[in-house]
Design a protein around this ligand. Structure first.
Ligand code: OFO
Length: 163
């Protein structure tokens, strides 16, 4: 049985995940506009992944006989200044998401809600992976992002992402 507090915080998280999808899509459009097609593809795939995260929580609530409340999704940023600032923005955003996921885990722990604790574990592992992947991209952009050939090669590499 999911408490009202857990229900509310999970519904908030659905909204955060869908917002993340919007944010990545907005970045993808911008990256496509400036010709970084590989980075655009990477962020577009990420957008899809975020929507899937939202749906995972959506399904969890339904499977637990709890209720889903879809809230308004705010407008994402659409003006960006350069590839490094986009990835720094992503990193900061993902850190906020990690914090939100940890808060869910803390609340579930306080309520001794083992089912939600078990469910949220997947998201904790996912956040570690996501933060690491983004940090890795940032490090490389900081190292040689000014070099156009290196940026071209990195764009090509990121464009190989399939899921
Ligand atoms: Fe970017 O992560 Fe969802 O949860």
């Amino acid at each position: 049985m999911i408490s009202n507090t857990i229900n509310e915080i999970l519904n908030e998280q659905i909204n955060k995940e869908f917002y993340s999808g919007y944010l990545y899509l907005s970045m993808s459009a911008h990256l496509k506009e400036i010709g970084l097609n590989g980075f655009a593809k990477w962020t577009r795939i990420q957008a899809k992944e975020e929507v899937e995260h939202g749906l995972k929580i959506f399904d969890y609530l339904i499977n637990c006989n709890s209720f889903v409340t879809l809230k308004q999704i705010r407008m994402p940023e659409f003006e960006f200044e350069g590839i490094l600032s986009i990835f720094n923005h992503i990193y900061e955003h993902e850190k906020c998401i990690t914090k939100a996921i940890m808060t869910i885990a803390e609340k579930a722990d306080e309520e001794n809600d083992r089912t939600t604790l078990n469910f949220i574990d997947w998201f904790i592992a996912e956040q570690i992976e996501e933060e690491e992947a983004v940090k890795n991209i940032i490090k490389r952009l900081e190292l040689f992002g000014e070099d156009k050939v290196a940026l071209y090669l990195m764009d090509k590499e990121l464009g190989e992402r399939e899921n």
